[in-house]
Design a protein around this ligand. Sequence first.
Ligand code: SF4
Length: 370
Amino acid sequence: MHLMEILQRRPIPAAAVFFGITRRCPLTCRHCSTSSLMDSEEYPEELFRKFAATLTPDNRPDFVLMSGGEALLRPRLVEDIAELARAAGARSQVLSGLFFAARHERAHRIPPPLRRAIDAVDHFSASLDVFHEEEVPRAAVFRVLHEVLDTGKDVSLQITGLGDDDPYLADLTADVLGEFGDRVPMLVVPVSPLGRAHSWLVREAPLPKSAVAPAPCAVAAWPVIGFNGQVTACGNQDVMDGKVPLPAHLYMGHIARDDWSTIRGRVLESPMVRAIRATGPEYLRERYGTANGCGSPGYCESCYVLSKDPALPRAVAEAGALPTTRLIERQTENLLADAGAVSFAREYGLASYAGLVALGHAQQPARSGT
Ligand code: SF4
């Protein structure tokens, strides 16, 4: 399963579900958005299994995507979720920081339990960037990727960088192309000022806008199960960490109580989440808000305060009940889906590297920036 197959479905509501199966990680990367440590929180494995078992051939996402923390700290859970997903007809992916390669540069094999977990999924992604390289050498990452590629499995790299002109990114992506040709597609995204990066990454505050145009939030399409079992409409880390009080409209449920069918129904039908997907939070705030000046400027910052405005959810629900609103939502979804995976990577990642997601994929150009 190529990375493109996953990204092409990114705007489609409930086409995938993210499982954050642990917050723990033995690495201490400086940019870690989840501030993971080895004693970070973990939720009982059985609850993740129980939720995965609620996927059925008649009601399932296309993809089950697992990460952490470090997902491969729970290799048996990864294996079980992948098997439950496959039994329902869904495909799976796991993302790892390759902690097991950190101190074993000369070792030649992935440890057997982890290898079984990787064998069980349909796509294997590894993190590699200047911060991970301080913990896991690039040569060790390449060795692991070669070992997985040799089994015939599709792999990809998730790379974070400081910007399109970050020289490290130019060096790394050229090195990956030199080592693997087009066999390792890369999703290159900017570092976010979240988690451990919050203390050192300074981003310019967005300027307040005089007029706001609709700007759909495509990442509100796939529900995210946090390390604590809470399910939210997006993976905004500040929301998941509780740094920002959980906006009522982003809460989709909890895996201890809700099954996939219930979560999917909320993702598809919640008027607020539908409206955020169709027009984005800034437009909703300007169009329906009555509490002017509430909250700071910014895209997600606008989202955080939507439910605090007592009149806004009701106005959005009324508008959402109109047949024309459904039509606009469907058109937006189709436009985003037609724009394709490279367009998504350009919008949410670093634009000049967006074409790298298509490496090795038959139907898309495979050059940077295309
Ligand atoms: S706009 Fe709202 S739904 Fe979209 S990513 Fe930001 S917090 Fe999540």
